[in-house]
Design a protein around this ligand. Sequence first.
Ligand SMILES: NC(=O)c1ccc[n+]([C@@H]2O[C@H](COP(=O)([O-])OP(=O)(O)OC[C@H]3O[C@@H](n4cnc5c(N)ncnc54)[C@H](OP(=O)(O)O)[C@@H]3O)[C@@H](O)[C@H]2O)c1
Length: 253
Amino acid sequence: MAKLSGKIAWVTGAGSGIGESAALMLAEEGAEIVLTGRRREPLESVAARIAAAGGKAHVQPGDLMVSAQVAAIGDWIKANLGRLDVMVANAGLNIVQRDWSNLTFEGVDTVIHGNLSSAFYSVITALPMMRAQKDGVIIVTASMAGRWISGLSGATYTAAKHGVVAMCHTVNMQECVNGIRCSAVLPGEVATPILDKRPVPITPEERAQMAQADDLGDLIRYIACLPKHVVINEVMMCPTWNRGYVAALRRNG
Ligand SMILES: NC(=O)c1ccc[n+]([C@@H]2O[C@H](COP(=O)([O-])OP(=O)(O)OC[C@H]3O[C@@H](n4cnc5c(N)ncnc54)[C@H](OP(=O)(O)O)[C@@H]3O)[C@@H](O)[C@H]2O)c1
């Protein structure tokens, strides 16, 4: 029996990677999905796959770095679907020039707005609909870089994702009385298109050993289906072959 029948789920970054997988899996659970990303084409393709499997999806493209565009999608959801049960604030990005030796003002703005402001705009937009229902699940894709500091992800991405994790905990602190739950999902390395921006290219063999988008999609589905009286505040999912650990083992002997 589908656990999300009659529910509306809004997934950002839904055209590729983790968001694509989450959208397909939430649709499998019976939710009607709103798909957001900047490019319309990949969203249309995900919507077609959901429709082909008997589900329902709505393409609502927008740039989440622009608050007015986020608000407009929220208005569309309220006017056309009347409610919002699950918000998957998953969109995020990184840049190639991510170290202090090559960081630019523009790069800082892109990464901070693309990961942190965008998550805030999404949550601010979702909350009034969820408060009115006294019910709602917010799942935010942060990162392992939001809990630990490493050289790999870059200065601004690490700072932004730390902010995202902190944001999620404050949502629970203030909105728990309204039946709203917020989960910070912290992936390690996942084989998705975001890795194409790594300064050191990643081989197909390395990608095969990483977590896959469907591993995270399945986790997001699990969180979205939890009963209303519990929340997973924070969860981390990493590849077993954790390249950071493996490198440390090799260094140490
Ligand atoms: N893959 C990993 O190793 C890893 C690890 C930890 C955390 N994460 C996080 O996981 C999330 C999903 O990333 P992914 O790995 O699935 O990579 P991905 O395939 O590159 O997905 C990111 C998605 O976000 C969308 N997006 C980016 N900026 C946007 C904006 N300003 N407005 C609207 N949509 C935007 C992109 O679509 P458009 O380009 O069409 O806008 C894209 O579909 C991100 O938050 C990322 O930081 C990934």
